[in-house]
Design a binder for this molecule. Structure first.
Ligand SMILES: NC(=O)c1ccc[n+]([C@@H]2O[C@H](COP(=O)([O-])OP(=O)(O)OC[C@H]3O[C@@H](n4cnc5c(N)ncnc54)[C@H](O)[C@@H]3O)[C@@H](O)[C@H]2O)c1
Length: 242
């Protein structure tokens, strides 16, 4: 298993789904884990990690809040090695049915949050001599998926930002990779109608949903030194959707 012993890892949106699975796996593998979320259930998750866990209530679209996440992480654990930009929202709607509040909701959580997170963490990582950033993107940023205009737009933006950041930070020792989950069995799927969900399931060659634990194992590998020459990569995890 990839070695992350004593690394300090921040996972955003870690109160639920994939983020919670990633936080748990990092803690099991000996990392110190900062759980952030707007959902207070993150407190309970971090508490399970004892002295190796910390919860910070944070909306990833809040710029000043990122300063607070960095400050509390450094106060408790003295460094930041890994940032997983996982938090996200998903509310399906076509372009025609997307109003400005729906657009802004996706922009704030899925896109602005990733930019602010990369900027805040990289400042510390440069001083530390390096680090790893993993951006959770989506299969919707690789394909033309109709009916999810705002969501897919933000994920296409994250795909681009990940490439740009990887090249800007490569010589500074910071690796930036993005992952592309297909359809993963988390509470987020509840946003789909039964009809939509069946349609999506029909697209999976492996004929089953992915699990949060499967995504967590990919994130763990990319975060570890075993992935030391991997940056700017776009890694799919989607049962073969492609
Ligand atoms: N589930 C899937 O099929 C799927 C597929 C592709 C990509 N993704 C992406 O995976 C990531 C994790 O999603 P999930 O499937 O675990 O869903 P989830 O709904 O279980 O978890 C998302 C978490 O993000 C948090 N969050 C939302 N807005 C936030 C904000 N502004 N600030 C901080 N936290 C916020 C929520 O409170 C929640 O805990 C998301 O970026 C999502 O877009 C999910």
């Amino acid at each position: 298993m990839a070695n992350v012993q004593d690394k300090v890892v921040i996972v955003t949106g870690a109160a639920s789904g994939q983020g919670a699975a990633e936080a748990k796996l990092f803690a099991e593998q000996g990392a110190k884990v900062v759980v952030t979320d707007i959902d207070e259930r993150g407190e309970e998750i971090a508490a399970r990690f004892g002295g190796r866990g910390l919860f910070v209530r944070h909306d990833v679209g809040d710029e000043a809040g990122w300063g607070e996440v960095m400050r509390q992480t450094l106060d408790r654990f003295e460094q930041i090695d890994v940032l997983v930009n996982n938090a996200g929202v998903f509310k399906p709607a076509s372009l025609t049915d997307t109003d400005v509040p729906l657009w802004q909701l996706h922009y704030r959580a899925n896109q602005l949050g990733v930019f602010l997170g990369m900027r805040a963490a990289s400042e510390i990582m440069v001083k530390n001599g390096g680090g790893v950033i993993i951006n959770v993107c989506s299969n919707a940023a690789l394909n033309n998926v109709p009916g999810i205009f705002a969501y897919a737009s933000t994920k296409w933006a994250v795909r681009g930002m990940s490439k740009l950041a990887a090249s800007e930070f490569a010589a500074l020792g910071i690796r930036v990779n993005s992952i592309y989950p297909g359809i993963i069995d988390t509470p987020m799927l509840g946003q789909n109608s039964a009809e939509q969900l069946n349609h999506y399931k029909g697209m999976i060659p492996m004929q089953r949903l992915g699990t949060p634990d499967e995504v967590a194992r990919l994130v763990l590998f990319l975060a570890s030194d075993e992935a030391s020459y991997i940056t700017g990569a776009e890694v799919t995890i989607d049962g073969g959707i492609g």
